[in-house]
Design a protein around this ligand. Structure first.
Ligand code: PLP
Length: 296
């Protein structure tokens, strides 16, 4: 199930005993944000980028958040208290505006809620990375304004519905696209396609979450081949030699089927394999952990 110990408003304690007010605006209106970073042997990876995204978007919606508090130490302490210093997992951090009136418009509130939970990695992640996965296509009409603001808010109902639909069809992830066939992103991942050695990914200007992993993978790709940020369509997916998904907790997962259609030869491609390895090397180097001790 993940955490038995959480970090909640300044203290570590039993998850079962943490209490959130019924007037918490995160609960009432989804007025809050979250970030998920992966931990390797208990050590967070990319945490400064996740905190920076949270700080930027917290400012946009007027919730106080200080990225310079000792979040990294807290994340490691959370892993230690959950006995996760020898294996890998993910930390989910949630902040909300805290208690306030039952009204859409509020004056500044004083006690924002801060919660960090530990969660295990996706079951079967190792197999997904080795063999590749299928994705399910979900249309989101002509666009969603919240997504266009690139805020990782607590309103993940569309993601829950899309991912559930995907799982019912044996697919690992659901991919959002517009009615006109333009591809956006996964419910919790960004997408890349490879054709004739050129790697392409949807530009953030399409209204995507600027993924921390997306950014890292763009840099890694540029050191091995050509990378272009350009609008992708469903036809591009079907014509691709390789497709892969990125996010902090899954790293790089190859896509070998889009619905029932095979991608390329229907097996994991060479560039995807190379990037999976390069990503792991970067993690191992930055955290100073032997590559063999990284989990799934
Ligand atoms: C909508 C969406 N896109 C992309 C991502 C991947 O982002 P990151 O690489 O920062 O984990 C996420 C992560 O949860 C997400 O929710």
């Amino acid at each position: 199930m993940g955490s038995s110990i959480c970090y909640f408003n300044g203290k570590f304690g039993d998850v079962a005993k943490a209490r959130i007010s019924p007037l918490d605006r995160g609960f009432l209106f989804g007025e809050g944000l979250f970030e998920t970073w992966r931990t390797y042997s208990g050590r967070p990876y990319g945490i400064s980028e996740h905190l920076a995204r949270m700080a930027r978007t917290a400012k946009q919606i007027g919730i106080a958040f200080d990225p310079d508090e000792p979040w990294e130490q807290r994340s490691t302490e959370l892993a230690r208290r959950n006995h996760m210093l020898k294996s890998d997992g993910a930390v989910r951090m949630t902040i909300t505006r805290g208690r306030g009136p039952i009204s859409l418009v509020v004056e500044a509130t004083e006690d924002p809620t801060r919660l960090m939970l530990f969660r295990p990695l996706e079951p079967g992640l190792g197999i997904a990375k080795r063999d590749g996965v299928a994705i399910h296509l979900v249309s989101v009409g002509s666009g969603v304004s919240e997504r266009q603001r690139q805020i990782k808010s607590l309103n993940y109902l569309p993601a829950i519905l899309a991912r559930t639909q995907a799982r019912e069809r044996g697919c690992f992830e659901a991919l959002y696209h517009l009615d006109n066939g333009k591809v956006l992103e996964g419910t919790t991942s960004n997408i890349f396609v490879v054709r004739r050695g050129v790697v392409r990914t949807t530009p953030i200007s399409m209204g995507l979450l600027p993924g921390v992993t997306r950014h890292k993978v763009i840099k890694l790709t540029r050191s091995i081949t050509k990378l272009r940020e350009e609008v992708l369509t469903l036809d591009d997916l079907l014509a691709a030699d390789e497709v892969f998904l990125t996010s902090s907790s899954i790293e790089i997962v190859p896509v070998v089927r889009v619905g029932r259609r095979k991608v390329g030869k229907g097996s994991v491609g060479e560039i995807t394999r190379q990037l999976q390895l390069d990503y792991r090397k970067a993690v191992a180097r930055q955290l100073d952990i032997p590559i063999e001790s990284l989990g799934e």
